[in-house]
Structures are given as structure tokens and as C-alpha cells.
Design a protein. Structure first.
Ligand code: FPP
Length: 248
């Protein structure tokens, strides 16, 4: 049986992992540092997590970098997060491209500075044929906003009510064509969905850890994958083992 170097059978590796990278602020506070230092440490960690995802054989990684609600943070923090996105593209794009990572964006681009919008669009274009890992960056993203926009577009397209199905709604979301996340990891111990992929997460498995995002390392990522590999996903039905027993 094909196995990853880390001994989780490949078929048990989630195809799509999504991450709520929470706890940067508290990580910084614990060290007496400004919040932006936490986001910088979080960015360093993101680099490691992207590489680990490629190594583990994850095909889609979606990261929650900036929510539609994050505009309510202090202006210098908002500015800092915008700068981080720009800096990540400037510094990391070549390397990510070489490694076969395809960058995508989910969320509303239009509120970002035009120069940043241009960089995001150009990064998407440069990497569009890569297929080792699809990296969806949720930036200025909100799950409700995504659904509202999908409904608006369906109405504009004149979709009749009886044609509105699960599959059709999925096609109108930013994630059209992307499988729903199998596993969602949330760091820093909060037990909330925070408006992240609320449609797509209907049957996702969750892994929640008290570790702050900058400290969420490869070993713990691997542990999350091990935990996922042991789950019995029933999608509201009964497990296949139980069915066999009751039919015996
Ligand atoms: C939540 O922690 C984290 C964020 C709102 C930003 C996440 C951003 C990064 C990890 C940097 C990578 C970014 C890009 C654009 C690629 P928090 O600030 O809410 O932490 P707290 O709950 O401890 O205050």
C-alpha cells in the first residue's frame, strides 16, 4: 500500500484541509510583543505549513487570513495584514511557483488597494497551471457574504427556484470546483466557526487545538492528520461496519 513518508496511508490523507490560523495576538501578548509581531510569526509558520502540506500529500489547503469582520481591528493592524499579504506575494511567489503551488483567492478583492489587487491577480495567473497543491487564500472573506453573493448571482442569472440544488449553490461559491474541506483545523482553542466556509463545512471533520498558530508545527499538523485518519465519517448515515453487522 502506498504510504506517505510519515506513515499515514495516502488514502487516509484529507484531500482538502482548511485552517483557521488563530492566536497570533495572544502569542505576541505572552511575549510582550505587539500584535503584528504575532502575525509575522504566524506568516513564518504558514510557510512551514504549506511545505508540510505538500509533503503530506494534501491537495487543497485553504487558509483564513483576513475575514470581512477583520476590518473592525485597529487601523495599524489592518494595514499590517495588508502589508503581509503583499510581502508574502513579493517574497514567496517564485519559491511557491517552483514547488508547484497554485495560488487562488477567495473573498472580495475589490476593497483592497488596487496595487494589491493587481499583485494577487498576477500571482493567480502566474501559478494557474500548477497542480501539486492548490492554496486558497481567504482574504476579505466571509461565509455569509459568499452565500449572499451566490444568491444574488443566481437571481441575476434568472435561475428558477426548482433548479436551485446543493450542487448548483456550490457552483456559485468562490470554491466552485473545489472539493469541500475534509478537515478544518482551528488553533488557539476557540470553539467557533467564525463565518469560515459555512456552506462547505457541512460535513467537515474538525481538529481544534489550544496551540497558538505560530507554534502549530509540522508534528502537530501530522497529529491532526492522524486524528483525521481514525475518524469514521458517516455523513448523517450509519457506519458501514454497523450496516454489515445488522445485515448479518
Ligand atoms: C487570527 O489571530 C489571525 C488573523 C486574523 C490573521 C492571520 C494571518 C496570518 C497567520 C498571516 C498570514 C497572512 C497572509 C495574508 C498570507 P488573532 O489576531 O485573532 O489572534 P488572537 O485571537 O490571539 O488575538
Amino acid at each position: 500500500m502506498a504510504e506517505t513518508p510519515t506513515a499515514i496511508p495516502l488514502e487516509k490523507i484529507p484531500q482538502h484541509v482548511a485552517m483557521i490560523m488563530d492566536g497570533n495576538g495572544r502569542w505576541a501578548l505572552q511575549r510582550g510583543l505587539p500584535r503584528l509581531a504575532g502575525h509575522k510569526a504566524g506568516t513564518e509558520n504558514l510557510r512551514r505549513v504549506i511545505r508540510a502540506s505538500v509533503e503530506f500529500g494534501v491537495k487543497y489547503l485553504t487558509i483564513y487570513a483576513f475575514s470581512t469582520e477583520n476590518w473592525g481591528r485597529p487601523p495599524e493592524e489592518v494595514k499590517g495584514l495588508m502589508y503581509i499579504l503583499e510581502d508574502v506575494i513579493d517574497r514567496e511567489l517564485n519559491e511557491l511557483h517552483k514547488e508547484g503551488v497554485q495560488l487562488r483567492h477567495i473573498g472580495r478583492l475589490e476593497r483592497l488597494a488596487p496595487s494589491l489587487q493587481g499583485k494577487v491577480l498576477s500571482a493567480i495567473d502566474v501559478t494557474k497551471n500548477n497542480d501539486r497543491l492548490i492554496l486558497n487564500i481567504a482574504f476579505n472573506y466571509g461565509g455569509r457574504d459568499e452565500i449572499v453573493q451566490a444568491i444574488q448571482r443566481m437571481m441575476k442569472d434568472g435561475v428558477p427556484p426548482e433548479k436551485v440544488t446543493d450542487e448548483l449553490v456550490s457552483q456559485y461559491l468562490y470554491t466552485a470546483g473545489v472539493p469541500d474541506p475534509d478537515l478544518i483545523i482551528r488553533t488557539s482553542g476557540e470553539l467557533r466557526v467564525s463565518n469560515f466556509l459555512i456552506w462547505q463545512a457541512a460535513y467537515s471533520e474538525w481538529y481544534i487545538t489550544p496551540t497558538f498558530w505560530p507554534d502549530f508545527d509540522k508534528a502537530e499538523y501530522h497529529h491532526a492528520l492522524e486524528s483525521f485518519a481514525q475518524r469514521d465519517r458517516r455523513y448523517g448515515k450509519v457506519s458501514s461496519g454497523e450496516l454489515q453487522e445488522s445485515n448479518a
